[in-house]
Write a protein that binds this ligand. Sequence first.
Ligand code: AMP
Length: 297
Amino acid sequence: MRIVRTVQAMRHEHEQWTGSVGFVPTMGYLHEGHLSLVRRARHENAHVVVSIFVNPTQFGPREDLTTYPRNIEQDLELLRTLEVDSVFLPSVAEMYPLGFTTYVHPEGSLTTQGEGAIRPGHFRGVATVVQKLLHIVQPHNVYFGQKDAQQVAVIDRMIKDLNIPVVLHVLSTTREPDGLAMSSRNSYLNASARSRASAVYRALQAARAAFDEQQETNSIAISSAAQAALQPEQALQLEYFEIRDANTFEPLMTLRAPALLLIAVRLDNIRLIDNFVLHADGTWDTGTTTSQSSTAK
Ligand code: AMP
């Protein structure tokens, strides 16, 4: 496995390759969710590149850029076992040299609502870094997690709008045994908060059950079912529970496929986001629950 730190060296890697290139962008502190993307990329491509870059432009001024969890040695060890070809590990100066001015700025409700409303500028940072990484790595296939539903919607839009020659693959959310969606930020949770955090998953399940079992389609009623499931966990503050069209990201007053159930909560001031997808054919993507808790820490 080769560790590549500069844009120039990454280009050089590319020149050596002939078959398809699969790419998994990450911010590191890898867990099973990330690894599921890497495994899929390994399965589907001749060459696999993983990037680890905690991208400053997608963090707000009061967010956790400096405390974001990092463990490069352990990440590299995990990626070695998955037979990754190259790990792109650029510095901030390599990605944003002095004088950097050109950003990708996605517009409209897709980036101003939901996460965009709570994290202004977040998707501008995400789109900018992903666009840069796609130029640098030049993959045929790129792999993202459904866990960050709005992010994949923004990236999907950007790839289409800017005619980027890459195929986007979106993989199901990997969950801890109790249903909590895996996230590098889960490491911020102390034992007591961690035991409460699976209420987020239960809230999504309650919303799904209201639709599937009670045939409820009214978004307000479905949202109430989700909120009722959160009730016992007083420490958990709901930021939003939203039902949106999966294609347009417009809010739905009545739940109909294809749709996203999106939830964001605060627990001990730590933000947790999660979602379920209701596909056009009426099936749900609620993620994959692992039998073992995350060992990658
Ligand atoms: P991050 O390191 O948080 O930027 O995530 C890198 C990639 O891994 C993104 O495409 C995420 O959506 C994806 N990812 C993060 N958590 C999960 C998860 N629990 N299941 C599947 N994919 C995930």
